[in-house]
Design a binder for this molecule. Structure first.
Ligand code: GLV
Ligand code: MN
Ligand code: MN
Length: 414
């Protein structure tokens, strides 16, 4: 563990002030919004910013062997049994919003300020955590840091994941100060967590429709990612007659529409193709292969499995009709999660008016949930849009969120 402790100062911060401090980090002039993949310059800058913020608050900063950063406010004596943990992530999707992840981190820092003004030392150890690669934007597996910590992914599989440039997670981890031999389940750290509470911007319209500023999470829809590779025959765009083609792009396009139609026929299902890559990818070239990634979500894991099976069958039929072939491979799968009801009830003491909402978005809290009591607080997003620059939180809601998080953590110390 790397330790980084300095003498405490007494910063007074606001959530919007902290978010604006990082507003120029990782801006994406082409896509709009922010592009902050794990271990990119932008995400490393944010990690350093977080370490600076935590150090200023007198927290003891450690990076664990899976790359998560922990900022501890210890109890007298330093025992970390039954710790309270809050926090989120700082990486983003390509062209993402300003709040998905950073809102939870900034709110946690402000909650520490609020609590430090109230109590000299916590009665339960309190940590703010920043998980790496929550979005899976670089290595393809969402919540990679928390999956490694809990053992939800085989370390060998993780070490061999590749980013779009072909670098393995092992190489990138090593270049960023981790020893890839030691990534994987962290029994000791996991055993120290008594409860994890993640505050997050709401990523849909639930709170807008209910006209409420905050909600407590009930569950996360099961979700997964699959990669489809459609094989055809690469050829010349000008000399190949339409009747002679085996064009994987045409197959893939038909598959995308079929996926939409299959999902539409199942209430509560969501299926998305948001990334498609022709090989070799030339304007005057019929592709030889098209890879695309499928994201499927449903509250019932058996339905998710049935949807993927039906999509696979349909993709094989379409590929055959177009003279192509297709392979489907699972990249990650997260079962439906129901958060700890005792912790939900404890949060209700600080959020008596808050509705209990489920979400279709994945979170590190969901990965931790089978292992430690876990809860989430959602803060209203007036745009109802996320994974987009349009994601938004009004200042007043952001500050109320942090104050509520502080109250909730304080309540959990009793
Ligand atoms: C993460 O935000 C996800 O739900 O994909
Ligand atoms: Mn996200
Ligand atoms: Mn997030």
């Amino acid at each position: 563990m790397l330790r980084n402790t300095e003498l405490p100062q007494a910063p007074t911060a606001t959530v919007t002030g902290l978010i604006s401090e990082i507003s120029s980090t990782g801006t994406d002039n082409i896509r709009g919004g922010y592009t902050r993949p794990v271990y990119s310059t932008a995400e490393l800058d944010l990690r350093n910013w977080f370490i600076e913020q935590a150090t200023k608050r007198g927290l003891s900063v450690e990076t664990d062997r899976n790359g998560a950063i922990w900022a501890w406010w210890d109890v007298a004596g330093g025992d970390r049994t039954n710790s309270l943990v809050t926090g989120s992530h700082l990486d983003s999707v390509p062209g993402g919003g300003a709040f998905d992840g950073p809102l939870g981190v900034a709110s946690a820092l402000v909650a520490i300020d609020i609590l430090k003004a109230r109590i000299p030392t916590p009665t339960r150890p309190l940590a703010v955590v920043v998980f790496p690669e929550e979005e899976g934007s670089r290595f393809g597996v969402a919540c990679l840091g928390s999956r490694l910590m809990t053992g939800a992914i085989d370390p060998d599989k993780a070490r061999n994941l590749r980013d779009p440039d072909g670098s393995t997670f092992a190489d990138v981890a090593r270049a960023n100060g981790l020893d890839p031999r030691f990534v994987g389940r962290d029994e000791e750290l996991l055993g120290q967590i008594g409860a994890f509470v993640e505050l997050h911007v709401e990523q849909g319209r639930g709170l807008i429709d209910l006209d409420q500023p905050m909600a407590i999470a009930s569950s996360i829809l099961g979700h997964g990612r699959w990669r489809l590779s459609v094989r055809g025959q690469g050829n010349h765009a000008g000399t190949t007659l339409m009747a002679d083609r085996h064009d994987p792009m045409v197959s893939a396009s038909r598959m995308v529409v079929a996926i939409r139609d299959i999902a539409r026929s199942h209430p509560h299902a969501r299926a998305t193709v948001g990334r498609l890559q022709p090989v070799p990818g030339g304007t005057n070239v019929i592709a030889s292969r098209v890879d695309f990634w499928l994201d499927v979500r449903h509250p019932d894991d058996a339905v998710t499995a049935a949807l993927v099976e039906s999509i696979h069958g349909q993709a094989q039929r379409i590929a055959a009709e177009e003279g192509c072939g297709v392979d489907l491979r699972e990249e990650s799968l997260s079962p439906t999660v129901h958060f700890d009801t005792a912790l939900q009830k404890a949060l209700q003491l600080s959020l008596p008016e808050a509705p209990i909402l489920d979400t279709g978005a994945g979170h590190d809290a969901g990965v931790l949930s089978p292992f430690v009591p876990t809860a989430m607080i959602f803060v209203r997003n007036p745009s109802g849009v996320s994974h987009s620059p349009e994601e938004y939180v009004v200042d007043e809601d952001a500050e109320t969120g942090a104050a509520t998080l502080a109250d909730a953590l304080h309540g959990l110390m009793a």
